[in-house]
Design a binder for this molecule. Sequence first.
Ligand code: ZN
Length: 241
Amino acid sequence: MSVITPPTRQAALVLFSGGQDSTTCLAWALQHFPRVETIGFDYGQRHRVELDARLVVLREIKTQFPQWANKLGEDHLLDVNVLGQVSDTSLTRDVAFKMEATGLPNTFVPGRNLLFLTLAAALAYRRGTDVLVTGVCETDFSGYPDCRDDTMKAMQLALSLGMDKRLLIETPLMWIDKAQTWGLAQDLGGESLIHIITEHTHTCYLGDREHRHDWGYGCGTCPACELRAKGWQKWQLSAHT
Ligand code: ZN
């Protein structure tokens, strides 16, 4: 009688915001895991376009990548409006983007990623999933301390201990820059994925969906647009030289 050990790491839960990074992470997860679910958070974002983009990107991935469509399971949207009660930032309130005296941008919501990871882990536990995938990045991290590799490792340990279950936090973008993130998307899904990212994902802090650039929609001047545009240009140069 043979003993069959059930394969582990069969499923991943992707923290999916509808932006460039998390869309690339979603494609990465679909390439690596037999079953993938997504989780998003509604925290009273000033711009609903971010939440709308999630659904459009999911639909487009299902339509354009039949090999991924049957791996892609449920999408979960959690209401975390409580964040608006404890923080006052330019992501949730109608105030202009600026750098604070702390050296952090006022888009930094203290504890946000920690809360998101905790909620994602709780959902993953219930769904029988033991891998979380998140698009945090220490290379272009805009100074957010909750995107650091050390923070992720500490969260992985705390969540694994606190839930008495070995949980992995995968961060495919941690050590690559924005140009390499475009390159990774190209490797994973070719021109179709690049098209989905430029046409449908949303990163701009100002919620601008009027101005279309080579790299997608956005105001072109906020830090998120600048980062995305610079990465695109660097990638284009490296791809064509
Ligand atoms: Zn912008």
